[in-house]
Design a protein around this ligand. Structure first.
Ligand code: PBG
Length: 333
């Protein structure tokens, strides 16, 4: 009501907007380096840094090169990273069993990063898709991604990651009940303080395309899409059910994914649950911004800073973004 009584010219909203200092004084949201999580693609081997063709400026790093890169970024204030392994085709199989083979290079990578940068938060994805030859996040039985059989492998993968020193596991597979079983396996195995950030509302999205490229996921075999486990983008109430279940099962933090087209979900969930809430500006969002800015249709820096602030305004506490290295240098200036 009180807004309606505002009258021109006593009230001129443009007065405050006239000067930079007064705009800054009233700014309601802020972006800090602590809000940024850098998703990183890791490959096996050494001395390699390959650019991903559908994501210009994003690389697959071998661990030795990544450690060098982290030297600079940690110095610039990098607070947390999220690791995604790129697995060679010959190591993939029906069950994605390389996900929990002790010799999987991701575990060694976690140990090395922890050793060099003990304060840097390490988040690891939990899902079988980098490891399965059919590209699905779970095990396929009779032509369907089987929920309960998949859970066993996800527990195994999570325990190995926790053992290696990962701070937060982030299940992105969208199987029912996975947060609960991972939580209890952590409690039973002495990993009481390993956190779970659940990709609670993960939508079945065309915007993951470049990521599949990056992790060598190939084309999905039957079923040809992930709609039987990732959410229908027509739905919003359903994601609140997803989130409430994950919280009840022991999620410490939740994630909404993709980012920009799902701001309404971020806001709704923040208002309803008051949980630490994250979002993921996914590979397709990255590539769209890069293509438009390379064509000079938009200004890259302005666009990225605007989008980050929109995530914060919507209610996100932090953002997974491939622009993290770029943003760290913007924030420094
Ligand atoms: C794996 C996973 C995906 C992404 C993050 N974890 C792909 C998918 O579910 O198909 C996508 C991230 C991105 O597009 O940047 N389950």
């Amino acid at each position: 009501m009180k807004y309606i009584s505002r009258k021109f010219p006593n009230t001129r909203l443009r007065r405050i907007r006239m000067k930079s200092f007064s705009r800054k004084m009233v700014s309601e949201n802020f972006l800090s380096h602590n809000d940024l999580i850098w998703p990183v693609f890791l490959s096996n081997g050494d001395k390699s840094r390959d650019e991903i063709s559908s994501m210009p400026g994003v690389y697959r790093y071998s661990i030795d090169i990544l450690l060098k890169e982290l030297d600079i970024l940690v110095e610039q204030g990098l607070n947390a990273i999220a690791l995604f392994p790129m697995i060679k085709s010959e190591l993939k199989n029906e069950r994605g069993s390389y996900a929990f083979e002790p010799k999987n290079f991701i575990f060694e990578a976690v140990r090395k990063i922890k050793k060099e940068y003990p304060k840097l938060g390490i988040i690891c994805d939990v899902a079988l898709d980098p490891y399965t030859n059919h590209g699905h996040d779970g095990i396929i039985i009779n032509g369907k991604v089987d929920n309960d059989k998949t859970l066993e492998n996800l527990i195994n993968q999570s325990l190995n990651l926790a053992e290696a020193g990962c701070d937060i596991v982030a299940p992105s597979d969208m199987m029912d009940g996975r947060v609960g079983v991972i939580r209890s396996s952590f409690e039973n195995n002495g990993f009481n303080n390993v956190m779970i950030m659940s990709y609670a509302a993960k939508y079945s999205s065309s915007l993951y395309g470049p990521f599949r490229d990056a992790v060598n996921a190939g084309k999905l075999t039957e079923p040809r899409n992930k709609k039987s486990y990732q959410m229908d983008y027509a739905n919003s109430n359903e994601s609140m059910h997803e989130i409430s279940m994950d919280i009840a099962e022991g999620a410490d933090m939740i994630m909404i994914k993709p980012g920009l087209p799902y701001l309404d979900i971020i806001t709704k969930s923040k208002q309803l649950f008051s949980m630490p809430t994250f979002t993921y500006q996914v590979s397709g969002e990255y590539s769209m911004i890069m293509s438009a800015s390379e064509l000079d249709y938009i200004n890259k820096e302005d666009a990225i800073l605007e989008l980050m602030m929109c995530f914060k305004r919507a209610g996100a506490d932090g953002i997974f973004t491939y622009f993290t290295p770029f943003l760290l240098s913007c924030l420094k200036n």
